[in-house]
Write a protein that binds this ligand. Sequence first.
Ligand code: MLT
Length: 411
Amino acid sequence: MATINDNFLKLKAGYLFPEIARRVSEFQAANPEAKIIKLGIGDVTEPLPDAIIKAMHEAIDEQASRETFKGYGPEQGYPFLREAIVENDYAPRGCNVAADEIFISDGAKCDTGNILDILGKGNKIAVTDPVYPVYVDTNVMIGNTGEANDKGEYEGLVYMPMTADNDFIPELPKQKVDVIYLCSPNNPTGAVMTKEALTQWVNYAKENGSIILYDAAYEAFIQDSSVPHSIFEIPGARDVAIESRSFSKNAGFTGMRCGFLVIPKSLMGKDSQGNDVSLHKLWNRRHGTKFNGASYVIQKGAAAAYSEEGKKQIKETVGFYMENALIVRNTLTGMGIETFGGENAPYVWVKTPGGMASWDFFDKLLNECNIVGTPGSGFGASGEGYFRISAFNSRENINEAMNRLKTKLSV
Ligand code: MLT
């Protein structure tokens, strides 16, 4: 009899976003006339920049003739994209990242889960609370945790609370941990880590032999010039960090799928005998075995994000979403509701009025205003009493949603 991976049985109900989608469909079925506005999952709405569309059209046309046709590409990604990333994302910020330290993939979510393939079982894992659920669930799936308690916290994980008291910046754990997940700009709170805070983490990781998995998927939304865009802006990070990036939110690739990991060659992990082993080498081996490379057409589109025209168009779209975030923040503040984030990130983290539970506020918003957001408790116990509103939507929908909040929400 074939057995299954029992760890999956420890997972709580559904993954957060499908669970929200299920509740919304139920509501829509019962209220077919309701015009629901979705500010839940952080999915982009604006069309792809022209420069990217043009590049992808050209890439498709190349497939029509033998001379330019492409079969399997390099699993790690085409050099044209890896080099463009170094030239635009890393070199200008003084980060010492080489093109062959970049591994192109079909998205940051997959990378975030897959990276556990090359890390040892039994590592002590630290996650923030609230947290992007993928970090936790992938560790549950692989057996790095025990069961969940009533609050949804898994035995064996080290939770680092992010609350208004610490400005949503995680504090260093008192104990020694092996792997640390950090995300800045943060999903879901929208908070950003300063150079000083990040330096503390890099130093902690060096002292404790830990590895930081740094999620920089939202770096394009940083407005404050003092905030680091990459962990590799911090001296010493090459010895302790892996960074993941995405084209989803900046270039609008949630449907196209493209992201990448940066794994420095100087980053080492220990084998069971205590010997240093290059994580770059292990990932290269894993990537070559389990992945045949992101699509050529998509990589051409991603590279066009770095053309002069592409950069200009992306800046406009990012600016557009950030204006949405400002409209959301101003509306809620005007209603006497406390908000956080939304200044360097496309997410506004809202304190639920009257201390209402997150899922209750979700239901209230859906019922009274036909607006969907994300309950903070879905991101972890410390997210209880909060609610995330995504700024990814058309201006028309954002304005309409804010109007409904002002006129229909009973707080
Ligand atoms: C979110 O809403 O948190 C994101 O869209 C999830 C993701 O990027 O996978």
